[in-house]
Design a protein around this ligand. Structure first.
Ligand code: AMP
Ligand code: TRP
Length: 329
């Protein structure tokens, strides 16, 4: 069976973009692949976090994975820092990755532009840690949103270079980026992606934990384009984004949706979207609350054990390739 690996950071709040761009596909793919879903807390600390919150956020994200439909009996769910091989392989890959490659990463460049002097070395090295996550599991496919595409290309380059210089060690992974939903835009500013890190964009971001009133308010205030027709049209990004969300939440075809809203105004679309979204979130929020704390600990413990066993094999192989094993005898 081929493998998939993906992860999300336990920072901020999980939003509809994360779900539609990534988590939804993890759930859809988990039975066709041997699946690993990681809560990447080592990535989270590349930006300063309140230490009191890190563990709570990590567990909350694990609950969300399970509540949206990740089945711990089929998939391995684990916390990145519970498997030390991630940090160890990162060092080995640091010696293969090039500064010039990392300097080209757009997420890194954006952070430097915003925070200049205060960007940690961890932010710079973030893509190498991500490569280690993926390569440790001999991953075939990585389901992610569009914003991770460049990191995936770097992962492939690092794997190919390592294999060439130190012997066949890693499977070279392919990205899985959905055709629709890979880049859900902010409801407040359709030129920006929906994002949990951007404090100003809260109003444009539907959180999976939002209550009914917040969902209604955010859709009601959603920015729209000029014109009145409700049609899928990429040149009208605001309405296109709302329709894309509606399409993904209802599974109705674009033609059906256009027919449904023929002659209706934006207000009707927004109201219908809010209704559908509230219905969609309700069972997820109920499941989040109902997951037993001890059960969650057990799932994460078992997940870490399963992950560790596989990660260790790859790590040893990489160390042998580099000449790090065998020096004592
Ligand atoms: P993060 O929460 O940043 O760790 O992201 C988790 C996953 O959600 C990644 O696969 C991202 O590519 C995806 N993602 C984040 N924001 C969006 C968005 N606005 N639209 C679609 N996918 C997204
Ligand atoms: N960088 C990813 C994000 O912010 C999270 C991530 C870390 C990841 N390691 C990964 C995603 C490995 C896929 C595979 O969305």
């Amino acid at each position: 069976m081929k493998r998939i690996f993906s992860g999300a950071q336990p920072t901020g709040n999980v939003h509809l973009g994360n779900y539609l761009g990534a988590l939804r596909n993890w759930v859809a793919l988990q039975r066709d692949y041997e699946s690993f879903f990681c809560i990447v807390n080592l990535h989270a600390i590349t930006a300063p976090q309140d230490p009191k919150m890190v563990a709570a956020k990590t567990r909350e994200l694990a609950r969300i994975y399970l509540a949206v439909g990740i089945d711990p009996n089929v998939s391995t769910v684990f916390v990145q820092s519970d498997v030390p091989a991630h940090a160890e392989l990162t060092w080995l890959l640091n010696c293969v990755a090039r500064v010039s490659e990392l300097e080209r990463m757009t997420q890194y460049k954006d952070k430097v532009r915003k925070h200049e002097e205060n960007v940690s070395v961890g932010v710079f090295d973030y893509p190498v840690l991500m490569a280690a996550d993926i390569l440790l599991y001999q991953t075939d496919l990585v389901p992610v949103g569009e914003d991770q595409k460049q990191h995936l290309e770097l992962t492939r380059d690092i794997a190919i270079r390592f294999n060439r210089d130190y012997g066949q060690t890693f499977v070279v992974p392919d990205p899985f980026i959905p055709k629709v939903g890979a880049r859900i835009m902010s409801l407040a500013d359709p030129a920006k992606k929906m994002s949990k890190s951007d404090e100003e964009s809260e109003a444009g971001c539907i959180m999976l934990l939002d209550n009914d009133e917040a969902v209604r308010r955010k859709f009601k205030r959603a920015v729209t384009d000029s014109g009145t027709e409700i049609k899928f049209d990429e040149s009208r990004p605001a309405i296109n984004n709302l329709l894309t969300i509606y399409h993904l939440l209802t599974n109705k075809t674009p033609a059906e949706i256009e027919e449904q809203f023929k002659g209706k105004g934006y207000a009707a679309l927004k109201q219908e979207l809010a209704d559908v979204c509230i219905e969609f979130l309700k069972p997820i929020q109920e499941r989040i609350r109902s997951i037993d704390d001890d059960k969650l600990s057990q799932i994460l413990e078992q997940g870490a054990e399963r992950a560790e066993a596989i990660a260790q094999l790859t790590l040893n192989h990489a160390k042998k390739g580099l000449g790090l094993i065998g020096a004592r005898s």
